[in-house]
Design a protein around this ligand. Structure first.
Ligand code: NDP
Ligand code: GDP
Length: 342
């Protein structure tokens, strides 16, 4: 039985990756940070049979002794290093924490694998945010990086450490340069989930409005379930390499909002500009969307469009879920969660 170790198992991707690896017969080990209420994040959403199969190790990736011990004890065949402070907005407010967590934490994980499990294959969760302010479109593995947030800069360190360890020590270390991927278990502060939850609430009587930041930001949004297939595939190759995973489609936050309201039978009429823009329900004239500067970032990385042709060619990977289906999955899931809780 193959063994996989997942850091960040309690997050969005940890959920889908655990399911995938369990379905393939892996022994799955996951690292969880202890918290006072003993919440286990998205692991709590797995079905009971899946959950009881996961072997949990309580600790933090910034604790080097802990990571070394876990890697030595578990001797994994594959390591999926997903753990990170992953929210760009928060990284502007807390850059020191973000650098420490993401850079030192990653260094600990990579060093532990290098020292204690050098035959293991490792996946590092890099990001399209590395492209930051680029004007090149679409972006692929050859596009120069121009990171412009503390989060992106912290991930750049992880990307280069992964690549240079691969080359220097002949390790099977891969970077997945993943464009935004969302789902029904996406964290509530990310814009897609904020929208799906807000629209779901309004569909069952909440008056709203939905309060957002930059509606014109353009992202390449895919479905997380499709993207973990690509992560897995990277570690099944003969040769370690770096790959972009994306959908090759670009949509604005505004389009996500419009599509989400369509699912609950509402259209939107936009009025005004910038922070004075509002969205109205044309039937009731109610304001259902407002813009607030609190949700703007000091600088934006807002022109992402991924070219995943290398992944298609080498991994035979393609995204399966279209933008409209992704929005539908998220909004319908949030409506059903609300109905269950009332
Ligand atoms: P989430 O924010 O949902 O999950 C992050 C996970 O990392 C959580 O399990 C969190 O634990 C854990 N974590 C953070 N810091 C530590 C630490 N010091 N020690 C142990 N665990 C820690 O992220 P996603 O699942 O969405 O993303 C997975 C990875 O992929 C992340 O590295 C992210 O930056 C990257 N990525 C994500 C993209 C996306 O669109 N989703 C796009 C490109 C890259 P806890 O539950 O305790 O907070
Ligand atoms: P990111 O791409 O990892 O930063 O994911 P987010 O979901 O946090 O943000 C995606 C885009 O939506 C960014 O360009 C944000 O500026 C934009 N955005 C607009 N309004 C909001 C909001 O209310 N919350 C968040 N999180 N992002 C917003």
């Amino acid at each position: 039985m193959k063994k996989a170790l997942i850091t960040g198992i309690t997050g969005q991707d940890g959920y889908f990756l655990s399911k995938l690896l369990l379905s393939k017969g892996y022994e799955v080990h996951g690292i969880i940070r202890r918290n006072s209420s003993m919440h286990q994040g998205t692991l709590e959403k797995l079905n009971p049979e899946e959950r009881q199969l996961i072997k949990i190790h309580y600790g933090d990736i910034t604790d080097n002794n802990f990571i070394v011990n876990v890697v030595e004890k578990t001797r994994p065949d594959e390591v999926y290093h997903l753990a990170a402070q992953s929210f760009v907005g928060y990284s502007f407010e807390n850059p020191t924490f973000t650098y420490h967590n993401n850079i030192m934490g990653t260094l600990n994980v990579l060093n532990a694998v290098k020292e204690k499990a050098k035959d293991a294959k490792l996946y590092f969760a890099a990001t399209s945010e590395l492209f930051g302010r680029t004007t090149i479109k679409p972006q692929n593995e050859e596009t120069p990086f121009m990171p412009n947030s503390p989060y992106a800069i912290s991930k750049l360190a992880g990307y280069w450490t992964t690549k240079s360890y691969r080359e220097a020590y002949n390790l099977f270390f891969c970077n997945g340069i993943l464009f935004n991927h969302e789902s029904e278990v996406r964290g509530p502060e990310f814009v897609t989930r904020k929208i799906s939850m807000g629209v779901a609430k309004m569909s069952i009587g909440d008056t709203g409005p939905l309060i957002l930041g930059n509606l014109n930001s353009r992202k390449d949004w895919g479905y997380a379930k499709d993207f973990v297939d690509g992560m897995y595939s990277m570690l099944q190759q003969e040769k370690a390499d770096d790959f972009v995973l994306a959908t090759g489609e670009q949509h604005t936050v505004r389009e996500f909002v419009e599509e989400a309201f369509k699912i609950v039978g509402k259209n939107i009429e936009w009025e005004g500009e910038g922070i004075n823009e509002i969205g109205r329900d044309p039937n009731t004239h109610d304001v259902i969307v407002k813009v607030d500067k609190t949700f703007f970032r000091p600088i934006e990385a807002e022109n992402f469009l991924g070219d995943y042709s290398k992944a298609k060619k080498i991994l035979n990977w393609e995204p399966k879920t279209k933008f409209r289906d992704l929005v539908k999955i998220m909004v319908e899931n949030d409506i059903s969660l609300l109905k269950k809780s009332t």
